[in-house]
Design a protein around this ligand. Sequence first.
Ligand code: C5P
Length: 239
Amino acid sequence: MKNNLPIIALDFASADETLAFLDLFQKERLFVKVGMELFYQEGPAIIQQLKERNCELFLDLKLHDIPTTVNKAMKRLASLGVDLVNVHAAGGAQMMRAALEGLEEGAPAGKKRPSLIAVTQLTSTSEQMAQEELLLQKPLLETVVHYSKMAEESGIDGVVCSVHEAKAIYETVRPSFLTVTPGIRMSQDAADDQVRVATPAFARENGSSAIVVGRSITKAENPVKAYQSIKLEWEGVCQ
Ligand code: C5P
C-alpha cells in the first residue's frame, strides 16, 4: 500500500452516487474500497473512473472458490490496475497460493502486482455464532491467528481481521505483514451489524496497519468532517 490513509468503504449502489460522494472531497487524495454492491452494479468501469480520480484502490470481492477458479479470476482482477485485493483464508493454503500466482501472471508488464490479503473471520461474526453456526470448536481468536499464519506461509501480504486480533496476530507473523481492520467506529457511532468494533485510536494503539471505515463516513451528516476526524485520530494527532 502506498499510503497510510483510512480506507473509505464506498458501499454505494451506483457510480453516480459514488462520484457525487467523492465530489465532496474535491481533489483530496483518497484510499477507497470498492465492494461487491458497487462492483457488481458497475463492473470494471467504476475502477477506471476511480483511477482517473487518482484514488488508491482496494477491490474487496473476497474470493472463495476452488484454486483454479480463483487463480483465473485473480488474473482478470490484476489487469484492472487495483492496489489491493482479497480472498477468504477459509479457502485454504492452496487456494491462497493460486490467487497469488494469478495476480503475478495477470499484472500488466512492468507493473507491480496488487497486494493480496486474506479475510480471517468477518467482523460481523461473534464468538457465539462461530461456535453455534459454523461449528468452530476453537476460540475465534485462535482460528484467526491460525488463518493468519497460514496466509503468511502461503506467501500473501496480510489479512483482514478485527482490531482486537492484530496484537495476537503479530505474535506469530512478521512485522511487515498487513493487518487491515474494518469494524471501525467513532465512540459516539452505532455499531450497525458489526460485532467486533473499535475506534481509530484503539486500532492505532493495537497495531493495525490500515483501517477500513464505511458508514461512520458515508452516512455522516458531514462526510468530509467525519473523515477528517477519523484520519486525525488514526494518525494520532488527536483522540
Ligand atoms: O460501514 P462499515 O464501516 O461497517 O463497513 C465496513 C466495510 O468493510 C464493509 O464494506 C464490509 O464489507 C467490509 N468488511 C468487513 N469485515 C470484514 C471484511 C470486510 O466489515 N472482515
